[in-house]
Design a protein around this ligand. Structure first.
Ligand code: ASP
Ligand code: MG
Length: 429
C-alpha cells in the first residue's frame, strides 16, 4: 500500500469530510519548532487533547526538536567528514525517538492513552538507500488497532526500516512525507502539518506585507510554489499527497487559524488566474555567444553539465539570423563555478564568441491553475514588469506557471508590482 515509487494511487475520494464528519481520522504532524521545548510539547499535547475531545481519531507524527538533527549530524561528522550512511541514520533517527517518547508522556499526563512508535515498529518499510530512503509499504494494522482502543499512536517522522531490518531515514524534512504516507495508508480524512507559519501565502510576506493567506490551493500549484522558493512543505510530501489524494492542511502550532488546505483542483472553488507569486534567488545565468546554429549544439553544451549532475533550469535560444545564435541557460548559484568551467572549453571548441556569465539574477514566477483557461496572463505579466522598467532576460512557461529571469536588484519591485496588479492583496475589511 502507498509505495512512493509506484504509479496509480488510491481511488478518488470526496473533499475532506472534516466539516460534516462526526468523527474523522486525522494525522497531525508537528515540526521541530512545534516540539522545540517542554512547554511546546505540552501545548502540542493540549492541542491533540482538544481534537480528541471533539470525537476525532488522531495519529501524531513528530520531528526531532528544532536544531537536533543538525546537532546529531555534527557529532557524527566530528569523527570524520563522510560518516558511514547506515551509522549516520542510526544517529539521526534518535532525534525523533526522543520526541515521540516525550509527546506520548505529555499526552498521558493529560489523561489520554498514547503509545510511541519508531518507524520500524509501525512498520514503515523503505528501500535501503540510507539518508534518502523511499517508502515501499506501511503496515497500518497495528495503528488501526490502537485507534479502535482510543489510543493515540505517536509515530517518529523521517525514519523507516530497510528490507534487512536496518534503520533508514527519508531525507531532510522527511517527517512531512511520513505524515502524508501514514495518512494515505490509514485512509485518513486529513493530514495536518503544524508548523511555524499559519498557512501558504500568495507570496513572501517579508517582501509584500499585504500578502494573503490562501484558504485553499491545488497540489499542483503548491508544487510549483514550493519548487520556486516557497518552502513550507517538503516537495516530496506534496507529490505524495497529490498522488494518493490526501487532503493536506498547513497550519500554525501557535494559534488556532484554519491554515491552508492543499487539495485536488476541482475542490479549489474559485480558480483565480494567478494564485501566488514565487521567487528564487539561487539562479545564475550563462550565455554562449554566437555559436553556429546547427543540430546538436544544444546537446553538446548541456551534456557535460548533465554528466556532472548539474541541473539546468531555464533554457533560451534565439532564432538565428545569419547562421549563428546565442544560447542562454541558468543553473543553481552553487553550481555556477563548475558550470562555467565546463562550458567555456566547449564554447571555444564550437567556435563561439565567448561565454557571458551573470550570477546576480533571480527568477520570479506567477502560478495559478486558472491560467489554463485564461489567455493573456503572460502578456499582462510582461506589461506590468515593462511599466516598472524591469527588463526580462529569459522566460519559461508551463501550463500553470510563467517564470521570468530578472536582474537581482528588481526582485522586490517585481514581486510587489505583480502582487498588486494581479489583485492578490488582502481584501480590505
Ligand atoms: N528531523 C528531520 C530534519 O530535521 C526531519 C524533519 O524535521 O522533518 O530534517
Ligand atoms: Mg520541516
Amino acid at each position: 500500500m502507498c509505495a512512493e515509487g509506484l504509479g496509480g494511487g488510491l481511488p478518488l475520494r470526496g473533499e475532506s469530510a472534516l466539516h460534516e464528519a462526526h468523527m474523522a481520522l486525522i494525522v497531525q504532524k508537528f515540526g521541530g519548532t512545534s516540539v522545540g521545548s517542554i512547554e511546546r510539547i505540552q501545548s502540542v499535547a493540549a492541542r491533540v487533547a482538544r481534537w480528541q475531545a471533539q470525537g476525532h481519531q488522531l495519529v501524531v507524527v513528530v520531528s526531532a526538536m528544532a536544531g537536533e538533527t543538525n546537532r546529531l549530524i555534527g557529532l557524527a561528522e566530528a569523527l570524520g567528514s563522510h560518516p558511514d550512511r547506515r551509522e549516520l541514520d542510526v544517529v539521526m533517527a534518535t532525534g525523533e525517538q526522543v520526541t515521540i517518547g516525550l509527546v506520548a508522556i505529555a499526552l498521558q499526563t493529560q489523561g489520554l492513552k498514547a503509545r510511541s512508535y519508531m518507524g520500524g515498529q509501525v512498520a514503515i518499510r523503505t528501500d535501503a538507500r540510507h539518508g534518502k530512503a523511499r517508502i515501499d509499504q506501511i503496515d497500518a494494522e497495528g495503528l488501526l488497532a490502537d485507534l479502535e482502543q482510543g489510543i493515540i499512536p505517536v509515530v517518529a517522522g523521517f525514519q523507516g526500516v530497510s528490507p534487512s531490518g536496518d534503520i533508514t531515514t527519508l531525507g531532510r524534512g522527511g517527517s512531512d512525507t511520513t505524515a502524508v504516507a501514514l495518512a494515505a495508508a490509514l485512509k485518513a480524512d486529513e493530514c495536518q502539518i503544524y508548523t511555524d507559519v499559519d498557512g501558504v501565502y500568495t507570496t513572501d510576506p517579508r517582501i509584500v506585507p499585504e500578502a494573503r493567506r490562501l484558504d485553499r490551493i491545488s497540489f499542483e500549484e503548491m508544487l510549483e510554489l514550493a519548487s520556486v522558493g516557497a518552502k513550507v512543505l517538503q516537495t516530496r510530501s506534496v507529490e505524495f499527497a497529490g498522488k494518493y489524494n490526501v487532503p493536506l492542511r498547513v497550519l500554525s502550532s501557535f494559534d488556532d487559524g484554519p491554515g491552508t488546505l492543499i487539495t485536488y483542483e476541482d475542490a479549489v472553488m474559485e480558480a483565480p488566474k494567478v494564485s501566488g507569486i514565487a521567487y528564487n534567488r539561487d539562479e545564475a545565468k550563462l550565455t554562449v555567444l554566437r555559436i553556429p546554429d546547427r543540430p546538436g549544439v544544444g546537446a553538446e553544451i548541456l551534456a557535460p553539465l548533465g554528466n556532472a549532475g548539474i541541473e539546468v533550469d531555464m533554457i533560451v535560444q534565439n532564432a538565428s539570423r545569419d547562421g549563428y545564435t546565442d544560447f542562454t541557460f541558468t543553473v543553481h548559484r552553487n553550481d555556477f563555478p563548475a558550470a562555467k568551467t565546463l562550458v567555456e572549453p566547449i564554447a571555444a571548441k564550437l567556435g563561439a564568441e565567448g561565454v557571458l556569465c551573470d550570477n546576480k539574477v533571480v527568477k520570479v514566477s506567477i502560478v495559478g491553475v486558472g491560467m489554463r483557461s485564461h489567455a493573456g496572463v503572460a502578456s499582462k505579466m510582461f506589461q506590468i514588469l515593462g511599466a516598472e522598467g524591469i527588463n526580462m532576460q529569459a522566460i519559461s512557461t508551463s501550463e500553470i506557471k510563467v517564470s521570468v529571469l530578472l536582474e537581482e536588484k528588481y526582485l522586490e519591485l517585481a514581486v510587489r508590482a505583480l502582487h498588486a496588479a494581479f489583485g492578490l492583496e488582502q481584501a480590505a475589511d
